[in-house]
Design a protein around this ligand. Sequence first.
Ligand SMILES: [Zn+2]
Ligand SMILES: [Zn+2]
Length: 338
Amino acid sequence: MKQAVLVGPEKIEFSEIERPVIKPNEILMKVKYVGICGSDIHAYYGKHPFMSFPIRLGHEMSGEVVEVGADVKDIQVGDLVTAMPQEFCGECEPCKSGRYNICNTLKVIGCQSPGASCEYFNVDAALIKKMPKELDAQLAATVEPAAVGVHAVRRTTVKDMNVVVIGAGTIGNVTAQAAMAEGAKSVLITDLSDYRLELAKSCGIPHAANTGKMSMQEAVDQAFGGEGADVFFECIGIGPTVNQAIECSKKGHDIVIVGVYGSMPQINMAWVQDREFRLIGTLMYLEKDFQDTIDYMAAGKINMKPLVSKVFPFDEYREAYKYIENNKDISLKVLIEV
Ligand SMILES: [Zn+2]
Ligand SMILES: [Zn+2]
C-alpha cells in the first residue's frame, strides 16, 4: 500500500509498504480522508515542540472498515468510522482519575506514532467511532477538531452565559459552535479576518466582530450591551489576545486557554490575581466529548461543512501544504482524499 511520510521540514515522501496485519483487538480501515490540522502545519515546518521526523501524519481521519479483529464487537466490515487518536497508559494519575487526555505518557496517533496518511490503517477498536447516516466521509474526518471545541467549553460553564471566543480559525469556530450547542446565552467570535468571521456567522454564531477595526471592549459592548462577557476562550495562542480577555472580562470569571503557544507570552498577571480570574487549560477531549460531538454534528448543532475549504487527492499531499501556506486567511480545514 501507499503511504506519505514527513521525513524533514517541508519534505513529504511517498513509499510502498506492506498492508498492516491486524491484531485481534484492532480493525483495518481503508482510509478515505485525512484532515490537515494546525499542529500538522507546525510539524511540516519542523516547528512542533513534541513531534520529530520521520512521522506519518494524520490524526484526523475517516475510513471504511475492511477487516475486523477476532475480539472486536459492534463494528462491521463496511462501517464508516473515525478514530480518537489518543494512546494512553491507563495507569498514571491523570488516567486513573478519568483524564486520560492528559495521560503522563500520552501518544497521539499521527503525532508521536504513525498516522492515517496511508491507504490501509489499523486502529485499536476501542478508539473507533461509527458514523451515523447523517455524516459522510468528509464530515467524519472533521469530528476530531470539532471535539476539541466541545471539550474546551466543558472545562468551564457556558450554559446561559455570554461567551467570547477569540480567533475564528477552525478551533475558534468549533469552540463557538460548541458553546451554542451547550446552551450559551449568546456567543461573540472575534478575529482580524472578515472572511473567517462571515464563515462563523454562516455556522450560526450570533455575533462576530473584527478586532482590527474596533477594540475588544467595543465588540463586547456591541454584542452583549451592559451584560458584559462571562467567559472567554482564547483560541489564537499569543499574549496580546490573552490580555484582551483579561482586560475585558468581568471580575471572578473564567478564561479558557485553547490556543497553542509557539513562544512564551507576556500576560497581565496582576489583573488575574486582583480580579480572581481563573486561567484554565484544555487539551483534546474525552470519549464522551467525542461521541457527543458526533451527535451534535448529526443533529445539525455543529456544522462542519462550511469549514472544509479544499480537498486534495493523495498524490497532491505536498500541494495541500502549499495551498495552506498561500491561502492562510481562507483555508480552514483542508482534507486529503486517500
Ligand atoms: Zn488536529
Ligand atoms: Zn496515563
